[in-house]
Design a protein around this ligand. Structure first.
Ligand code: NAD
Length: 278
């Protein structure tokens, strides 16, 4: 049914390149929103303990009639649980709330370079849940180049993904290059910059030329750059629009024009400075 390509992660696990993100979807709406995404054809959901809506994702999966194995689900370790034992307990809590016996991918949500607990300790806890099979893959989020280099040097398992902010106004190509150098797949969060890039004349112009919408053009740019994306919307027509990316192709010139829009503009926090514990 799905036309979504898959990407092989560095441990052989296969991930759909396009998924559905549930950040800022209210907990009480998450089951319905996720069920809509499943109906449209999405088979990859990106949630986090911080979003407080893992329960709705698990409920949607059971209500959809899909088999657990048909859907790729990612969750993330919340910032208050970086100490080894806390990380294991938080992982187990995520599984329990989702109602799953494994996660497809579990990430350290933020590196928190300013807190007392070193993310290398946190990563060792993730390695344990990976080795015992309860996480099919493990990775990181918001890790900068120096954070990635430290993990690779000081630990055994290379992260399968690094989920970072990427969109036309923040192409983040330096971190993407370090990810690629180590065989780490890049996941692009806020892929349409929460809507900010959709009125850009370069993007609206390319959209018009292809008979597609600005959101489709930007998501297609990510896909052709090889990144994994999971746009968020609770509006069915947009959920459908964001899934309909595989019947057109951007030219090298289109790709270059969009990449040239980079101005280093973040919509979210700078990971070097962000040390917030909820
Ligand atoms: P996004 O770039 O996906 O933008 C979402 C917003 O854009 C929606 O609220 C909606 O208002 C609008 N929108 C969506 N589709 C549209 C369309 N077709 N046309 C016009 N407007 C449209 O931003 P996001 O939700 O911040 O990011 C996507 C996902 O990335 C999240 O749901 C979450 O899973 C993940 N994420 C991760 C982190 C992290 O720290 N790891 C941070 C932010 C987001």
């Amino acid at each position: 049914m799905s036309t979504v390509p898959t990407i092989a992660l560095n441990n052989g696990v296969s991930i759909p390149q396009l998924g559905f993100g549930v950040y800022q979807v209210p907990p009480e709406d998450t089951k319905e929103a996720t069920l809509t995404a499943f109906e449209v054809g999405y088979r990859h959901i990106d949630t986090a303990e911080m979003y407080r809506n893992e329960r709705g994702v698990g409920e949607a999966l059971r209500e959809s009639g899909l088999d657990r194995s048909e859907v790729f689900v990612t969750s993330k370790l919340n910032n208050g649980f970086h100490a080894h034992d806390d990380a294991i307990a938080a992982f187990e809590e995520s599984l329990e709330v989702l109602g799953f016996d494994y996660l497809d991918l579990f990430l350290i949500h933020w590196p928190l370079p300013g807190i007392d607990i070193d993310f290398v300790e946190t990563w060792k806890a993730l390695e344990e849940v990976y080795r015992d099979g309860r996480a099919k893959a493990i990775g990181v989020s918001n890790f900068q180049a120096n954070h990635i280099r430290r993990l690779v040097q000081e630990t055994d398992v290379v992260p399968a993904v690094n989920q970072i902010e990427v969109h036309p106004y923040l192409t983040n190509d330096d971190v993407r290059a370090v990810n690629a150098e180590h065989g780490i797949a890049t996941e692009a969060w806020s892929p349409i910059a929460q809507g900010l890039v959709l009125d850009d004349p370069v993007i609206t112009g390319i959209a018009k030329a292809h008979g597609k919408t600005p959101a489709q053009v930007v998501l297609r740019w990510h896909v052709q750059r090889g990144d994994i994306v999971f746009p968020k919307s609770v509006t069915r027509s947009r959920v459908e629009e964001n899934f309909d990316l595989f019947d057109f192709e951007l030219s090298d010139s289109d790709l270059g024009l969009i990449t040239a829009l980079d101005k280093g503009q973040r919509t979210g926090p700078n990971p070097d400075e962000f040390n917030w514990i909820p």
